[in-house]
Ligand binder design. Structure first.
Ligand code: NAD
Length: 478
C-alpha cells in the first residue's frame, strides 16, 4: 500500500522542529520511502543540549513529580500503541503483533520505573553524624540507539534516565528514526519542556552528541566497532558511558536432550525479529551424535516459518531492516557455504523488492567461518559439533564477545555447572535471549560496559553521592 510520504519533526526544547535537509526512511518490506526525517544540524543539536541542561535544574529536584510524569508517559504510550506499532513496523519490518507487544511492554516499563524504590543507604546514624549514600543524577544524558527495536531501545533509556533525575537528548538510528520521532510528539504533551529531546541524523550527529560538552552521561546501544569509538570520544571529558554492544551468543547442547524438544525451544531464541536481537542465539554447539537429528528438526521448523511483510497478519518473520544488513547476511551465508557448511534449510534471499531472506540452518559449521566468528544479526544459524565439554566451553569463550550464552540439558544441575564457566553477562540454562526487568543486563568483554534494567539502569544514570551531616551542634559552648 503506497501512502503519501509524511515529513516528521524532531522534539527540541519542547517544540516540534524541522530542518533544512531531510533523509528518507525506507520500508524494508517494500523498498518504498515511507517517511522523511530531518537531518539535525550542529546548531539544532546545541539548542537541544542547552534545553536539556536548562531543564535539568528543575527536573532533578522533585522525585515525586518525576514518578507522576513517568506514569503519564505510560498512559500516553498505552493510548498510542496502535499508531506507534504501525510506524515501527513500516520502518523496521518486524511483524505488527510483535511491534504492538513491544510497545505495550515499553508502556509498562514507564510504570515500572515510576514504581521503583531507589534505596538510600545509611552508613552511620548516631550522635556524631548521619552518613548516607544517595544516587545523584549525572545531568544531561546523550542517548544513541540502534535499529533493531526502536521504541524498546528509546524507552529503555528514557524511563530510567528521567526517573534518575537526568534529562535526555536521544538519537535513534538513521535506519529507524520515524517511530522514535512520533514517540517524541506523543510525550511532548506530558514531559516538561527540554526534559526530553529527540533528534534525527546519521552517525555523525551521534559523534557530535558524544563530543558535546554538555552531556555528562552517554547511553549507547549498537555495534562493538561504534561502541569503541564512542568510548574513546567520551574519555577526554570523562563522561560516564553505558555501552550495550553486540553479541555472538553460543548455545551448548548437552548429550541428554531430545532433539525435537530442543529444536522447538531453541529456534525462536535465534530467529525472533529475524535474528536482529543482540542476545539472540547465534551459534549452536551439539554433540556429534545429535548433530543430524537436531539439524533436521531445526530445518523442519525453519522451512515452515511464514516470512513476509510485517503488516500482514500471518507473517511470523519480517525482512531484514535495511539493505546494509541484508547484503551482510547474504554475504555471510554465501561465505559459509563456500567454506563447507551444508544448507539444511533456506540459504537464499527471497526474490522481492524488500530485504527478505529465508530462515536458514547451516549444518556442519566450524570456527573460521565468518558466520561463526562474527555477529550475523540475521535469520541464519550455524550448527557446530563438539567432542568434550572442556573443549566446547573453551570454544564458546574463544571470542571477544560476551553478551550471553546458554546450556541445554535434561539435567539442569549439570547444565548450571557448565554455564558457570561461560564468560558472558548472561548465562542461561534451557532458555536464551531472556531479560528480567530487575536483573542486570549487560555484556562481558567487548559486548559492553555497565548494565541496565531496574536499579542497574538507575545506577548507570547516577553517581553515588555521600551525604554527611555532622550532629555536633554549631552553637557556642556545645
Ligand atoms: P551501529 O553501531 O551501526 O549504530 C548504532 C547507533 O550509533 C546509530 O544511531 C548510529 O547512527 C550511531 N553512530 C554511528 N556512528 C557513530 C559515531 N561515530 N559516533 C556516535 N554514534 C554513531 O549499530 P546498529 O547497526 O544500529 O545496531 C546493531 C548492533 O547493535 C548489533 O551489533 C547489535 O548486537 C547491537 N545491539 C546491542 C544491544 C545490547 O543491549 N547489547 C541491543 C541491541 C542491539
Amino acid at each position: 500500500v503506497t501512502e503519501s510520504v509524511e515529513n516528521l519533526s524532531m522534539l527540541i526544547d519542547g517544540a516540534m522542529v524541522s530542518s533544512d535537509t531531510f533523509s528518507d526512511v525506507i520500508n524494508p518490506a517494500t523498498g518504498e520511502v515511507v517517511y522523511r526525517v530531518p537531518d539535525c544540524s550542529r546548531e539544532e543539536l546545541d539548542v537541544a543540549m542547552n534545553a536539556a541542561q536548562r531543564a535539568y535544574r528543575e527536573w532533578r529536584v522533585d522525585d515525586d513529580r518525576r514518578r507522576e510524569i513517568l506514569r503519564a508517559c505510560a498512559k500516553a504510550l498505552e493510548n498510542s500503541v496502535d499508531e506507534l506499532a504501525r510506524v515501527q513496523t513500516l520502518e523496521q519490518g518486524m511483524p505488527l503483533a510483535a511491534s504492538v507487544q513491544g510497545i505495550q511492554g515499553s508502556a509498562a516499563n514507564f510504570d515500572r520505573y515510576a514504581d521503583l524504590e531507589i534505596p538510600v543507604v545509611t552508613v552511620k546514624d548516631d550522635d556524631e553524624a548521619l552518613i548516607q549514600v544517595v544516587r545523584r543524577p549525572l545531568g544531561v544524558v546523550a542517548a544513541i540507539k540502534p535499529w533493531n527495536v526502536p521504541i524498546g531501545q528509546a524507552v529503555g533509556v528514557i524511563a530510567p534516565a528521567l526517573r534518575a533525575g537526568c534529562t535526555v537528548v536521544l538519537k535513534p538510528s538513521e535506519y529507524t528514526p520515524a517511530a522514535t520521532l512520533v514517540l517524541g510528539e506523543i510525550l511532548r504533551d506530558v514531559i516538561p519542556t527540554g526534559v526530553l529531546n529527540i533528534v534525527s541524523g546519521s552517525g555523525e550527529v551521534g559523534s557530535w552528541m558524544v563530543e558535546h560538552p554538555i552531556p555528562r552521561g552517554i547511553s549507547f546501544t549498537g555495534s562493538v566497532a561504534t561502541g569503541k569509538k564512542v568510548n574513546a570520544m567520551a574519555a577526554p571529558d570523562l563522561k560516564r558511558v553505558l555501552l550495550e554492544l553486540g553479541g555472538n551468543d553460543a548455545a551448548i547442547v548437552l548429550d541428554d536432550v531430545d532433539p525435537d524438544v530442543l529444536a522447538e525451544r531453541i529456534f525462536w531464541t535465534a530467529f525472533r525479529n529475524s535474528g536482529q536481537i543482540c542476545m539472540a542465539t547465534k551459534r549452536v554447539y551439539v554433540p556429534e551424535a545429535l548433530h543430524d537429528p537436531i539439524v533436521a528438526s531445526l530445518a523442519r521448523i525453519a522451512s515452515a516459518v511464514k516470512v513476509g511483510d510485517g503488516m500482514e497478519e500471518s507473517t511470523e518473520l519480517g525482512p531484514l531492516c535495511n539493505s546494509m544488513q541484508y547484503e551482510r547476511v547474504k554475504g555471510l551465508v554465501a561465505d559459509a557455504i563456500k567454506d563447507g557448511a551444508t544448507v539444511a534449510a533456506g540459504g537464499n534471499a527471497i526474490d522481492s523488492s524488500g530485504y527478505f531472506f529465508e530462515p536458514t540452518i547451516l549444518a556442519n559449521a566450524h570456527e573460521g567461518m565468518r558466520i561463526v566468528d562474527e555477529e550475523q544479526f540475521g535469520p541464519a544459524l550455524p550448527i557446530l559439533t563438539y567432542k568434550t565439554l572442556d573443549e566446547v566451553i573453551d570454544r564458546a569463550n574463544a571470542t571477544n564477545f560476551g553478551l550471553g550464552a546458554s546450556v541445554w540439558s535434561s539435567d539442569t544441575g549439570r547444565a548450571a555447572e557448565v554455564a558457570a564457566l561461560l564468560e558472558s553477562g548472561n548465562a542461561w540454562v534451557n532458555t536464551h535471549s531472556q531479560q528480567h526487568p530487575n536483573a542486570p543486563f549487560g555484556g562481558a568483554k567487548w559486548s559492553g560496559v555497565g548494565s541496565q534494567n531496574g536499579l542497574y539502569s538507575i545506577f548507570a544514570y547516577t553517581d553515588p553521592q555521600t551525604t554527611w551531616t555532622s550532629r555536633r551542634a554549631l552553637t557556642a559552648g556545645a
